[in-house]
Design a protein. Structure first.
Length: 577
């Protein structure tokens, strides 16, 4: 059986912030959601109920809910004469495949999709777009609900409290899943860090060279590039970009040494002869490649068409008269250009020789500051190569193993683990301090320190805190607290404790997941799931932006896994309350 809810445009948009629909009065009292502008008369603010109907009553937008999403014991007929309309006092949580959305017109459907694109809070709309459909429905007689605002819902506060608790629990689960899914394996993470280190080294090298006549040669650079090449081969595949980097680095060393020679004019004569010989060799290589791919004939045919355009233009007093679209000459010209572009951009060896030819010509034609110009061109080339490699490896972060079996709910939310695992023990204490603490309202560095104090005191009473690892955790927390209160100059995060490293990453950078992620990458910490779980639990699901959730909702398997766990959470939390 299905139930229909007539809703407004605002209410529909807000429902994709929380992935649920609630009575209007809930929005003004809950501690989450309702960040979007809405235009209401104020009367609906009093409604403590959703109005469900067993038939579509028409209107611009109707939400169609499967009965499995509803607690049937809470349904009440509006009156004895009207058995098709019901009041429902609770929030209805969406599940993909169990909700549909009817729109009166295509323009209305397109409008809400367009508006959602600019709102970061509206994160679930794309997930449910396949369940949007357009069907004009004539308005039937409206249900008289004028007296509903005077009716009391004795369990209303409990329902609101449940929504607030579930919002935090869902935020925690989404954060944990996102952290697992976007965590790189050891090879990929090492590759990403090494590439960034090499890029930073080249950047520092460039600055040092341009500010002086020498630089401290990096004796490990060649070896680091070769190691990156091996890691890249394991993670992605073969790429000759690393060979080009080695060549460019050797060229830098050679040029810097030449640049520092006192008698540069002697070098200029020898260098010019060498360059001319090299230019002849490179031009022959370019010519041979073009001939082997028949590009010479293609370029000749293209030149003939251009020459014909020039001749046609000269007849009417113009420099050139282009062939019009849909003519044979125009279509052939575009085809030839496409062939040339594809070849020039797709042949790595050809690109290498053409770039080298450009560098040789630049050096031959520029006598002033030629070393600086050549070095600058080389460093630009190196930077471009590394940026491409880093971009390719960044796409490898998605697809990590997602396992939610260790997320458990009883009276609280916690991760199951060995009871003697001090890191998980402290993590669970901290997580539930965030979920339940009255100080964990507004996310700020001050409120984070208050929760740190609270969690540390609770952990100190646990037997595991007396062990070496427990003492190390308490010492790290104490040291960081002292640092933030200006009592010490620095703090350290111990090696070999990945969960604590993730927790500390949240403490150090609590105000955004991008800051957490960037900090952990710089520090080379791997277990993002714990930091993201704390962050998600604190701000709650409603305030998590689509930039965080999109990667999860684009994967149907991950989305299905999350929904199953959430349904379990709804049942368990509801029964506990």
């Amino acid at each position: 059986m299905q139930y229909y809810i007539e809703i407004s445009l605002w209410n529909l948009l807000e429902s994709f912030v929380t992935e649920s629909i609630s009575p209007f009065s809930f929005y003004s009292e809950r501690n989450f959601g309702n960040n979007l502008s809405r235009y209401l008369s104020g009367e609906k603010e009093k409604y403590n109920y959703l109005i469900l109907s067993s038939e579509d009553l028409g209107g611009d937008i109707s939400l169609i809910i499967d009965e499995s999403l509803i607690d049937a014991t809470c349904l009440k007929s509006i009156n004895k004469r009207l058995t098709t309309a019901f009041t429902y006092p609770k929030t209805i949580y969406y599940r993909k495949g169990f909700v549909k959305f009817r729109f009166e017109s295509p323009s209305l459907k397109d409008a809400i999709i367009a508006e959602s694109q600019i709102l970061l809070e509206v994160k679930c709309l794309d997930k449910y777009v396949p369940d949007f459909f357009v069907k004009s429905k004539k308005n039937k007689m409206k249900t008289d609900i004028s007296n509903l605002e005077d009716q009391l819902s004795f369990e209303r506060r409990a329902f609101i409290d449940f929504d607030e608790k579930f919002n935090k629990l869902k935020g925690a689960l989404i954060g944990y899943t996102r952290g697992q899914y976007t965590t790189s394996n050891d090879t990929t993470l090492k590759l990403q860090n090494n590439l960034r280190d090499i890029k930073n080294s080249f950047g520092g090298m460039n600055t040092q060279i341009m500010m002086s006549d020498f630089f401290d040669e990096d004796s490990d650079m060649s070896e680091r590039i070769k190691n990156c090449k091996e890691l890249y081969f394991k993670a992605v595949g073969m790429d000759n970009s690393f060979d080009v980097l080695l060549d460019q680095y050797e060229e830098v060393i050679k040029l810097v040494k030449m640049r520092s020679e006192e008698k540069r004019h002697l070098y200029s004569i020898r260098r010019k002869d060498d360059l001319l010989q090299e230019k002849t060799y490179v031009e022959n290589c370019v010519s041979q490649i073009e001939q082997s791919y028949n590009i010479v004939k293609v370029k000749k045919e293209l030149d003939d068409i251009k020459a014909l355009e020039k001749a046609n233009g000269e007849r009417i007093g113009k420099s050139r008269l282009y062939f019009k679209k849909d003519t044979v000459e125009y279509e052939r010209k575009q085809q030839l250009k496409s062939i040339i572009d594809e070849f020039e951009n797709g042949n790595a060896e050809y690109i290498h020789y053409k770039n080298r030819l450009f560098q040789i010509d630049q050096e031959l034609n520029d006598d002033s500051n030629k070393f600086d110009n050549i070095l600058s061109a080389i460093f630009t080339r190196i930077s471009d190569i590394l940026n491409v490699l880093i971009k390719k490896t960044s796409s490898l972060t998605n697809g990590g193993m997602v396992d939610l079996s260790n997320v458990s709910i009883s009276d609280s939310l916690y991760l199951t683990s060995n009871p003697n695992d001090s890191e998980i023990c402290y993590f669970n204490i901290l997580l539930n301090c965030i979920l339940n603490s009255t100080t964990a309202k507004q996310l700020s560095e001050h409120s984070v320190l208050l929760v740190l104090e609270e969690s540390a005191k609770l952990f100190k009473s646990m037997p595991v805190s007396k062990e070496d690892s427990g003492k190390m955790i308490l010492n790290t927390l104490r040291e960081y607290w002292s640092y933030k209160n200006l009592r010490v100059d620095t703090f350290t995060i111990p090696e070999g404790m990945p969960v604590l490293q993730s927790i500390m990453s949240f403490f150090v950078k609590p105000l955004g997941f991008e800051q957490i992620e960037r900090y952990m990458m710089i520090k080379k910490y791997t277990h993002k799931a714990y930091a993201f779980m704390l962050w998600g639990a604190w701000i709650g699901f409603a305030d998590i932006p689509k930039t965080f959730t999109n990667v999860l909702y684009q994967n149907d398997d991950i989305d299905s896994l999350i929904e199953k766990k959430l349904q379990t959470m709804i049942n368990q939390v509801d029964s506990n309350d």
